[in-house]
Design a protein around this ligand. Sequence first.
Ligand code: HEC
Length: 149
Amino acid sequence: MKKVLVLSIIVLVCFLCMLAYTQKEGEEVAKVDPKAELQKSVERGKALFNDAKLGTSGMTCNSCHAKGGTVDSKMGEMSMKAFDALNAKYPKYFGMAKRVMTLDQVINWCIKTPLKGEPLSWDDQKLTDLTAYVASVKPEKATKEKKEE
Ligand code: HEC
């Protein structure tokens, strides 16, 4: 009889633990929506793309990469192609810096060189947000074609 009592207490404790654990897990899943988090990062990056405070030259990323980088653009002698699925293209040789770079290193190169600003540290959320935004950009034409499909 004693054995049965001890056994049922153990089973009950296990059950309560499991219940508490699954509830906690459920709460965490409900709190964080990975897609929404990425979208928030892209939105912050889009705002930074138009923020002259990244540098000291008075320019923003958008001064050269027009319409948020969605179209080909020209700035004096420089010609910039619309961003197109860049996360899949980097790391690659970046001609302006004469070396292979990751996407965030190219962004920092643009902050340091044309914008005359301080490069962002590798774990700075601003660099993540700019990278998330840049990686999300599709050329305007491609977006239109997709809509027409
Ligand atoms: C004075 C003009 C200028 C400004 C301002 C500028 N860039 Fe650039 N950027 C360039 C040029 C020139 C290139 C190289 C040409 C190219 O790859 O289209 C380039 C390349 C890039 C690339 C790689 C494009 C590709 O297709 O591989 C990214 C990403 C980029 N810039 C992001 C940024 C971001 C983010 C900012 C703002 C922090 C910025 N740029 C500000 C001129 C500029």
